[in-house]
Write a protein of this length. Structure first.
Length: 147
């Protein structure tokens, strides 16, 4: 008698192997989807935070109203209290601008020194890229001097 494999029996023996393989594939795909979602969430959060920080740097005149609005919500301020808080913040913002006018040239001088010292150790191609990077950094992160 020849031994011919019963196709139903072979399929029944292979089913658990195929099922286990698919289970791992499903778990792997779920993990990939979870990590992708996490990456998108982190990236989106970083973009929003960066844009808010840059907006605060470049438009400090908006700060008193934004801070007063935030305090109105968190402290349940009345309209009169919120208006008074905004007025206080605006008054102090004038003094803060004066301080910044004095300090910003010192910050810029330090950045100039850093740029020059690093520049001295680079070759010509690196120097061009370095100056471009510093220019971009200053343009984005260092607001113009207050008047």
């Amino acid at each position: 008698m020849s031994q011919v494999a019963d196709p139903h029996r072979v399929a029944a023996e292979l089913a658990p192997v195929v099922h286990r393989t698919r289970r791992w594939l499903i778990w792997l795909l779920m993990l990939a989807m979870f990590l992708s979602g996490m990456g998108i969430g982190i990236g989106g959060t970083l973009i929003v935070v960066r844009n808010r920080i840059l907006d605060a740097f470049h438009h400090p005149e908006k700060a008193p109203k934004q801070i007063a609005d935030r305090l109105r919500n968190k402290l349940s301020l009345t309209e009169a209290q919120a208006s008074r808080v905004e007025a206080i913040l605006q008054a102090h913002q004038v003094e803060l601008r004066k301080i910044r006018r004095v300090a910003q040239p010192q910050v810029e001088a330090q950045l100039d020194q850093v740029e020059q010292e690093i520049d001295q150790m680079l070759d010509a191609g690196q120097q061009a890229k370095w100056h471009e990077m510093m220019s971009s950094l200053r343009e984005v992160w260092i607001p113009t001097r207050p008047e």
